[in-house]
Write a protein that binds this ligand. Sequence first.
Ligand code: AMP
Length: 110
Amino acid sequence: MSDCVFCKIVAGELPASVVYEDDQLLAFASIEPKADTHLLVIPKRHIENLDALTAGDAELISHLMLTLPGIAEKAGLSGYRTITNTGVAGGQEVFHMHFHILGGNELPGF
Ligand code: AMP
């Protein structure tokens, strides 16, 4: 997606503080951190959000979920919050699926 900011990060056309990369995933620091540590884990392939997932994405989403805890651990987090916003009404601003990892300070319960 030529106008997608996260696709541009994947393509190396925009800078990012990358903390993890493999053939399917990229993780980098949020440009506007909402916690002491605020990382974003994305599939390299453009998928809009959870609503756009299909059965064919099962391996990818499984890989993402199984990889995410190691990314948090490598960032020094003993506990963390994982959020994914879906759609405008869900607070999504960047329409390339991403999982927020928030931690490093005490997070309020909700
Ligand atoms: P959401 O509201 O769930 O779509 O979250 C979008 C996230 O992307 C927020 O944490 C933003 O700070 C982050 N973000 C937007 N642009 C960039 C960028 N160029 N580099 C890193 N993070 C970004």
